[in-house]
Design a protein around this ligand. Structure first.
Ligand code: PLP
Length: 466
């Protein structure tokens, strides 16, 4: 056996060695993609607030918040301090046999920030796990004779078997897996289609066979906002048919859209809300759901059923103090208001940019959930060539070229969502400043300008070599 690597050995690896080990032991294609985008030539050594610092001295502004995790910024000092104290005091890490004061306080806080009787919490480790738990609870409430789960055509709820089964945006991948039966897709934002499914599955004398509707209040990827009044109508329909309404706030939660949760824009009270990402403050993998009291009591209220759904690690240690701090920081630093205001400013600047660049087809921001859709005339033409997948590749080249230019020449980190390569996704920490927004827009103006075709060619070359 080769010598085991120590932490010191890990730190001493060259950037080339890291890339080679990542590619051979984790994911070769992901390794190639990172290289193409220029992400392997330097290495992050520190992160603070909105910045990532690299080993070549570069300070890069993070307009991704690492897929929307770092709403309160990287390494927030309050979260670091809480975790340091936890470790220093050698607190009990896993509270399996005693009620934890930290868990109790976090659950109380959640009951305060959610409306109505959404006041029973369950904690777990990820967004997918939160959605799994929510789907199971809804199924338990409805009973085995109501197996149908409705979801939307554009949606992502995770990559476990159950959550993939209700993730419309993953439909191309789903052909590789045996998914759950009885999952029905309806178009996002289409209330009539939803009603049709509820009615079509209602026997003459009895309840609809639908147990659950799962949806994002705002579909994060692509910033899809449903028509006005949609969620209120959904709420009414679910009440009429006795269907459990699950809102997935894994991406949109904790201030991302300029409200604490995206459903707060609508004023409704869902039955179950799932969350993760920012919940762990960017320091811990942490997720969970809150459910209405009456639902929880029906599902798991009896002694016999109390642990029907559980998991080993469900919020005991540093993750729980991180989450308590996250909710307090969001309030005390007015980050929700900042998200709203800075998002509005970013949208104005991006609209200005759109007026000057024909490549920019559409810009959208709800709070600091933002995206730019690129129109690529070559991709449009390529769509006419069936079966070659060429438009997909050209979209990748366009957006990939822009991402790598912004990173390599302007020290700005951006990304494209996994299901739509025509989009540049912008989800910075909510602490991002107007000055940093200006820097992004100036950089984009330059990248999309005179040298655009040149930079696309540089990216194309890397793409061919990969
Ligand atoms: C809306 C939404 N739901 C669920 C998930 C799955 O979360 P996780 O990756 O933590 O399992 C994601 C992840 O990006 C998401 O964006």
């Amino acid at each position: 056996m080769d010598k085991l690597l120590s932490l010191r050995d890990a730190k001493a690896l060259s950037n080339d060695e890291v890339h080679k080990l990542f590619s051979s032991h984790i994911n070769p294609s992901l390794g190639k993609m990172m290289k193409m985008l220029g992400f392997t030539s330097k290495r992050p050594v520190r992160a603070e607030g909105t910045s990532i610092f690299f080993d070549d001295g570069a300070e890069v502004t993070d307009f991704t918040a690492q897929f929307g995790i770092m709403n309160v910024g990287h390494n927030h000092p309050r979260i670091l301090k809480a975790r340091e104290e936890w470790a220093k005091n050698k607190e009990l890490e896993v509270w399996k046999f005693f009620p934890s004061p930290y868990q109790a306080a976090l659950a109380k806080n959640l009951s305060l920030i959610f409306p109505g009787d959404l006041d029973i919490s369950f904690f777990c480790n990820s967004g997918a796990e939160a959605n799994e738990g929510a789907l199971k609870m809804a199924s338990k409430v409805a009973g085995a004779d109501r197996p149908i789960v409705v979801h939307t055509d554009i949606s992502f709820h995770g990559k476990t078997h159950a959550t993939l089964s209700v993730s419309g945006s993953e439909s191309k991948q789903n052909k590789h897996f045996k998914l759950l039966p009885d999952c029905v897709s309806v178009p996002f934002g289409d209330i009539d289609a939803l009603k049709e499914v509820f009615i079509a599955n209602k026997p003459r004398f009895g309840k609809t066979r639908v147990s659950t509707f799962i949806v994002e209040a705002i579909r994060a990827e692509g910033v899809h906002v449903p028509p006005d009044g949609y969620l209120q109508e959904v709420r009414r329909l679910c009440d009429d048919f006795g269907v459990t309404l699950i809102l997935d706030e894994v991406f949109t939660g904790f201030g991302r859209t300029g409200e604490m949760f995206a459903f707060n824009h609508s004023g409704i009270t869902p039955d179950i809300v799932t969350f993760s990402k920012t919940f762990g403050g960017g320091k811990a993998t942490f997720g969970g759901y809150v459910a209405r009291r009456k639902l929880f009591e029906k599902a798991y209220g009896s002694m016999n059923d109390a642990t029907l759904h559980s998991t080993t690690y469900n919020g005991y240690g540093e993750e729980i103090v991180s989450a308590i701090e996250v909710i307090n920081i969001l309030h005390e630093e007015n980050l929700i208001e900042k998200s709203r205001e800075t998002g509005k400013y970013l949208l104005e600047q991006l609209n200005d940019l759109k007026a000057h660049h024909s490549l920019v087809k559409e810009v959208k921001c709800v709070g600091l959930l933002c995206c730019i859709r690129f129109e690529n005339s070559v991709a449009k033409l390529a769509k006419l060539v069936p079966g070659k997948g060429s438009s997909h590749v050209i979209s990748k080249l366009t957006t990939g070229g822009i991402i790598s230019q912004l990173f390599e020449n302007h020290n700005i980190l951006t990304y494209t969502p996994p299901h739509d390569f025509d989009l540049l996704f912008l989800t910075p920490p909510l602490t991002i400043t107007k000055q940093q927004v200006d820097e992004l827009v100036t950089a984009l103006d330059e990248v999309l300008g005179v040298n655009f075709s040149e930079s696309s060619q540089v990216f194309l070359k890397r793409y061919m070599q990969a």
